[in-house]
Design a protein around this ligand. Structure first.
Ligand code: MN
Length: 163
């Protein structure tokens, strides 16, 4: 069984908390299955897709944003784990700081794991399948790790299951 917890080491190393309003946060033991998508107008506009797993927010930067259309694949680049508290963060990250620009919450809600293995195991295997219940995003999605780079994933909107 996988025991690994998420880590905020990289998140903390990249930031100076005297200069950014972003939360310092901590690893949470058993977080609810929440997700958030933050529109991040930084040097390049992108959407940060985050799922609560392992006591942290597992995070991917999606340049074009998540698709609402079945079958559409969007590049999702894995980024450092963020604290659960980040799911509530909106604001401006000042010039000179990592990720300088504005962050707004584009969508948030809960997810359910559609696989028979845990989300942790699915992350290790490189294929997550889950159903989102957000305001904008609803239904089944998959995140699949690409073979060309361990950080590159595809976020795919999947067809609804037949009842
Ligand atoms: Mn970002």
């Amino acid at each position: 069984m996988r025991k690994k917890q998420g880590s905020l080491k990289e998140y903390h190393q990249r930031r100076h908390f005297k200069e950014t309003q972003e939360p310092r946060g901590k690893v949470v033991k058993r977080p609810k299955n929440i997700f958030v998508v933050q529109r991040h107008n930084a040097s390049h506009l992108h959407y940060d897709f985050r799922l609560a797993v392992d006591g942290v927010l597992k995070s991917w930067a999606v340049p074009k944003g998540p698709s609402k259309k079945v079958g559409l694949k969007r590049l999702a680049v894995e980024t450092e784990d963020h604290p659960l508290a980040y799911a509530k963060f909106e604001g401006t990250i000042a010039e000179g700081n990592y990720g300088a620009g504005t962050v707004t919450i584009w969508d948030h809600g809960t997810y359910t794991n559609d696989k028979t293995i845990s989300m942790q195991e699915a992350l290790d295997e490189g294929k997550l399948e889950f159903t989102l219940d957000g305001t904008q995003l609803k239904g089944r999605y998959a995140l699949v790790r690409m073979h060309n780079s361990p950080k590159n994933w595809l976020l795919i909107k999947e067809r609804a299951r037949k009842k």
